[in-house]
Design a protein around this ligand. Sequence first.
Ligand SMILES: [Zn+2]
Length: 250
Amino acid sequence: MRIALSMLGFGLVMLSGTAYGAAEQAGHGTHWGYSGDVGPDRWAQMKPEFSACAGKNQSPINVSGLIEAQLPPVKFDYKQGGSEVVNNGHAIQVNYDAGSGIEVDGTRFDLKQFHFHSPSENQVNGKSFPLEAHLVHADKDGNLAVVSVMFDEGKDNPAVAAAWGQMPKSAGGKNALPGKVGANGLLPANRDYYRYNGSLTTPPCTEGVRWIVMKKPLTVSKQQIETFQKTLGFANNRPVQAVNARPILK
Ligand SMILES: [Zn+2]
């Protein structure tokens, strides 16, 4: 469990700065989960470092009530870089080599890792999806931007297959990937997106995260969904949170 906890906060272990330091310290000795006494409705009370979980700008949300905006394209600069796959006890995560990223708001955010939730965490107009990918990026100051991609059940996804080929069966497991996995394979051809400000969806639920939710879902096969759910052994989706005063842009 120690290894799993050190991967807390989406496994942002490779990040420097105070946000990460706080996240790591918050994790030690605190076994949060997705049900019962350690489930999402208890996170904020579990320890002071998790108090943001009761904040007003939390993720995930039901993406609806959309406001028309002229959202500029996100500039994607992804190279083949998925190097190892980790079962951190909360999700299946692929850690990414340096050198890939996106540009949002005129700022470069480096791709650190991507991971998956089943069923989806965010919803779109009340619709839940069987799988959601989170591509987690950080700028040089530690600010976070997460690109979310939804998956419907359908044809299998080759990038997902490559990433999950070596999926560790137990929490704390980590396997090198035989070939570098490309995050481009997790992006729809049409890059239109919804945007809102939210948080990490896991403790410490840090706010100030730029959320970029791709409008077009991709597909994964029924078998891929079942393999993921069986390996993790539980649903790893935090329930949708109140939108409160936030605009959601399209
Ligand atoms: Zn996530």
